[in-house]
Design a protein around this ligand. Structure first.
Ligand code: GDP
Length: 463
């Protein structure tokens, strides 16, 4: 990828629509668009003021290379650095036909642009200092959001609040490091701005701040990434009914015939604030049916990867050997296991059994929805902090950010130990540098090229 290139892409989704938007960004954006877009006022684009929208003709070459009008539309001009990417940018809105937008893109390429790679506009915005890495990740989440809470969190993150928090920590560390360097360079003179005690206090303060940031990941993960959640239980207890109830629609087939769900179904749904990546599984029991057995094996695999297991039992009948086997199998699960006594409208016969075997038991009726609020409250309490405000707080949302925060914490604790134990100041210096490196990875100022590429490859073309 060459940063100097001028790139172009269709930024709206592929498909027939009222309008489509193409974006062109780079040093030659205006010059290239002058060939493709002719303002109705006949002024060259380069003479038009920035941040204006111009109506005009859109031109493209035919098979013989002759350029002619193929559509009319609006071009909006942005001049560096006041654009999304920080470069000269032209946005062309044309009518939203599939062939039409492809023809306009081909015309832009014929005029000298290069087809943009996935996420390249946002990547340029990041590389040109228009946004931090965590803000870019939030933007990616905004495009992927499937629940209202995900949307709120992602939108809030695009303003760079994680970067702002990192900057504060970074600046404190800089001050400590400057004092450490002064002590190393002039051990006998008292040139440092901070005493050893003041350094300790500053580092302790950094530890608290990073710990607080690290702690937000529990909620950020639960909202942004979603909790892998498996619904399991013997046949006919109401697993598919619960799956549909949480999703709010009839996604899984519900019948009173055993073995209806044979494969693992998967969907994303909100349960209160928490996002569940929900798996409905085949009923666990002994079977000679080969297809059903494969489904049961897949159910067990899904259970091993789950962070939350909703083990469903039938409130209308006494627990039996199959329920007992399930309770035993879940005894040592790493996931949070919630026993759901379903069909509470018909009775709660499995309640005592569930209370005896599980730390969490909820009575509900997947059929009517009665009791769902108790399941929601329990899941929210386990996975999301009620104290965090998705609109206003800096919240870590992915494992990369959490990993960087943890690396920073470890380095900070080592630095603090070195100071407290009176070890040579050089040791503290190395650890402070590592902590700064980790904070730089978190907000993106010191992140490796590979990681940057990996993050932006998840974006769509045109973003
Ligand atoms: P699964 O095999 O465990 O997925 O169970 P289903 O969701 O297919 O449900 C089995 C049967 O139980 C169906 O006839 C459902 O209508 C019924 N059922 C599920 N939940 C409830 C409930 O809360 N109350 C009552 N009365 N029936 C339910």
């Amino acid at each position: 990828m060459i940063l100097g290139d001028t790139i172009a892409a269709v930024s709206t989704a592929r498909g027939k629509g009222g309008v489509a938007l193409l974006r062109v960004s780079g040093d030659r954006a205006v010059e290239i668009c002058e060939r493709v877009f002719l303002p109705r006022n006949r002024k060259p684009l380069s003479d038009c003021p920035a941040r204006t929208a111009l109506y005009g003709s859109i031109l493209a070459p035919d098979a013989t290379g002759v350029w002619s009008e193929i559509d009319d539309g609006i071009a909006t001009l942005f001049r560096a650095p006041a654009s999304f990417t920080g470069e000269d940018t032209v946005e062309i809105a044309c009518h939203g036909g599939i062939l039409l937008t492809e023809t306009v893109l081909a015309a832009l390429i014929a005029a000298g642009a290069r087809a943009a790679e996935a996420g390249e506009f946002t990547r340029r915005a990041f590389l040109n200092g228009k946004m931090g890495l965590s803000a870019a990740e939030a933007l990616g989440n905004l495009l992927e959001a499937q629940t209202a809470e995900q949307l709120t969190l992602a939108h809030a993150g695009t303003d760079g609040r994680i970067e702002a928090r990192c900057r504060e920590i970074y600046d404190s560390l800089c001050a400590v490091l400057a004092a450490v360097y002064a002590k190393i360079d002039y051990p006998d003179e008292d040139l440092a701005d901070m005493s050893r005690e003041e350094m300790e206090a500053a580092l302790s303060e950094c530890v608290l701040r990073v710990e607080a940031l690290r702690a937000t990941y529990r909620t950020g993960h639960a909202i942004a990434e979603g909790i892998p959640t498996v619904i399991c239980g013997k046949p006919n207890v109401g697993k598919s009914s619960l799956y549909n109830r949480i999703l709010g629609r009839d996604a899984a087939i519900v019948t009173d015939i055993k073995g209806t769900t044979r494969d693992v179904l998967c969907d994303t749904a909100a349960l209160g604030r928490v996002t569940l990546r929900l798996y409905d599984t085949a009923g666990l029991h002994e079977t000679s049916d080969v297809v059903e057995q494969i489904g049961i094996d897949r159910a067990r695999d899904a259970m091993e990867r789950a962070e939350l297991i909703l083990a469903v039992f039938d409130g209308a009948s006494e627990p039996d050997a199959e329920d007992e086997a399930l309770a035993q199998a879940l005894q040592n699960s790493n996931a949070t296991v919630v026993a759901v006594v379903n069909k509470s409208d018909l009775g709660t016969r499995s309640e005592d059994f569930c209370r005896a075997h599980f730390a969490h038991t909820v009575m509900l009726s997947a059929g009517s929805g009665e009791g769902m609020e108790r399941l929601q409250a329990l899941v929210e309490e386990r996975f999301a902090s009620g104290e965090l405000d998705t609109k206003n707080d800096a919240i870590l949302t992915n494992a990369r950010q959490k990993g960087a925060a943890e690396a920073c914490l470890e380095a900070l604790r080592n630095a603090l130990n070195a100071l407290r134990m009176g070890l040579p100041i050089e040791l503290c210096c190395n650890d402070c540098e590592s902590a700064m490196q980790a904070i730089g990875e978190l907000d993106g100022r010191a992140v490796s090229e590979d990681i940057v590429s990996q993050i932006f490859s998840h974006f769509c073309v045109g973003k």
